[in-house]
Design a binder for this molecule. Structure first.
Ligand code: AMP
Ligand code: ZN
Length: 477
């Protein structure tokens, strides 16, 4: 039995709730994937690193069997850009003089490559929107049959007046929202009605046949359809950035209700956005730093560490200074690991009190709505306490082994640490001196042995005599 101690903030209820899965021991998880018309940027990195953190915590710490589905949006959708007549993929086709397939293939591969570099585990299923249009048509038919949608001149609209909870997720004032509608569509019954199926226009990247004529699905219907299709019904967690509160997830929920009578997912989790100079980093604004460009300056571990330094719900502002601070923190952790590796190897089972204490503290921080800054604070407290124990020689080998094992478990979620034993190259002349010193020690010529040790220290190496023999370390500058 998995103990239910994890609390997640559910945007639907606006409360932190104890996470209880639909099926014991299993989690169905759907996250919104990218629209593939431009290079992935650091905002995507932040969102998918957080997605991975949530998923790995469920798997590695809580022991759930997680089925993770994440879509690829590979046709232009009906956003405000599309209202101007040209969807985003069509714009990319014109910009790069390529076909829709070439554009979406190229940027899907770009996304995959970036995620791999960032150590983000791929989803179990990654459906492409363009390959699921038939299923989307079926969902739209159900919504019409259930009386939540209407057809006008080849376009299908969702009738928001039929869904009493419309606006609950985003908390938006729908009257104000009505007034903000930039383009008044005379075919709509209510200004907030949104498109389920869009009648074909020359500015669309794709076209399919449907019972309502040629056209393409609206954006939100793909997630309602593919989440249910690949997770087999209602599921546990749905995530995305807070930019998806509205309209994407608000509309997805309305569609789910119209088609299937439920809101689809039990927990709606939203990640804060990455901003740059106070503005959301976005493809359409053009103010983005691609993941590749960021990786030229910072390592994947540094980017991950920087992401976890703030809570997933908060806005993260791009700052090279903060990324550099992440590097300092990583150096501290990795130096600590090296120190422990000189004493022991990771143990099979965490049994000693000190490791158990920090295991509990780390889990408690993560259980509290994935409080990664708090979890990192626990990690640094652990380092401080254990370093003191090493200095006053009270750390046992078993404790060191257990702490290494705990660090590995923490790293199964964070993926920021380096457990490779540093191999130091000892120069030949130092090696010779070590041999000479060993000889002097064997002859019990302590004075000579100490002299050689001092000579070696001046050459930048430190000798430590231990039960396992003499150890030679490079003195860090
Ligand atoms: P998109 O490719 O814009 O459809 O977005 C794919 C995912 O990345 C969604 O979950 C978005 O919320 C998220 N996303 C887009 N821009 C940002 C950003 N600046 N910061 C964090 N997440 C973002
Ligand atoms: Zn989505």
């Amino acid at each position: 039995m998995i103990e239910m101690t994890l609390k997640l903030f559910n945007t639907w209820s606006k409360k932190k709730e104890i996470f209880k899965p639909i099926k014991p021991g299993k989690v169905g998880y759907y996250s919104c994937g990218p629209t593939v018309y431009s290079s992935s940027h650091l905002g995507h990195a932040v969102t998918y690193i957080r997605t991975d953190m949530l998923k790995q915590f469920l798997k590695k710490w809580k022991g759930f069997a997680v089925k993770h589905v994440q879509n690829i949006t590979d046709f232009g959708h009906m956003t405000s850009d599309a209202d101007e007549g040209i969807d985003k993929i069509k714009k990319a086709m014109e910009r790069e003089r390529k076909t829709a397939e070439e554009i979406t293939k190229f940027y899907t591969e770009d996304f995959h490559r970036a995620m791999k570099k960032l150590k983000v585990e791929p989803p179990d299923v990654e459906p492409k929107a363009s390959e699921n249009v038939d299923a989307m048509i079926e969902t739209i038919k159900k919504i019409i049959e259930n009386g939540y949608a209407y057809v006008k001149d080849g376009t299908v609209y969702f009738d928001v007046s039929k869904y009493k909870d419309y606006g609950k997720l985003s908390g938006k004032n729908m009257k104000e929202q009505e007034e903000q509608q930039r383009v008044k569509d005379p075919n709509k019954k209510n200004p907030n009605d949104f498109v389920l199926w869009a009648k074909h226009k020359p500015g669309h990247s794709h076209v399919w046949n449907s019972p309502w004529g040629k056209g393409m699905p609206g954006w939100h219907i793909e997630c309602s359809t593919m989440s249910r299709k690949y997770l087999g019904g209602d599921f546990d967690i749905h995530s995305g950035g807070v930019d998806h509160y509205f309209p994407h997830h608000e509309n997805e929920i309305a569609q789910n209700y119209g088609a299937f009578g439920t809101i689809g997912a039990n927990y709606w989790v939203h990640f804060g956005l990455l901003s740059i100079n106070g503005e959301k980093m976005s493809k359409s604004k053009g103010n983005f730093i691609t993941i590749d460009a960021a990786l030229e300056k910072f390592s994947p571990e540094e980017i991950r560490m920087w992401t976890f330094s703030s809570h997933y719900k908060s806005t993260l502002d791009y700052s090279e200074d903060n990324l550099r601070k992440a590097k300092e923190k990583l150096d501290k952790i990795n130096k600590f690991i090296q120190r422990l590796l000189e004493i022991a190897e990771p143990s099979e089972k965490i049994e000693s009190d000190i490791a158990k204490k920090y295991h509990k503290k780390f889990e408690a921080a993560m259980d509290d709505d994935l409080n990664t800054p708090q979890a990192l604070a626990v990690l640094f407290d652990l380092i401080t306490e254990v370093n003191k124990k090493i200095e006053n020689r009270s750390l046992t080998k078993k404790e060191a082994a257990d702490i290494l094992s705990l660090l590995k478990k923490i790293d199964s979620v964070f993926k920021i640490m380096n457990f490779e034993k540093e191999i130091i190259k000892i120069p030949e002349d130092v090696k010779k001196l070590i041999e000479e010193r060993e000889k002097a020690r064997a002859e019990k010529n302590w004075e000579k042995a100490d002299e050689i040790r001092d000579k070696i220290r001046k050459m930048g190496y430190l000798l430590e005599d231990s039960e396992q023999g003499v150890r030679c370390k490079k003195i860090k500058q």
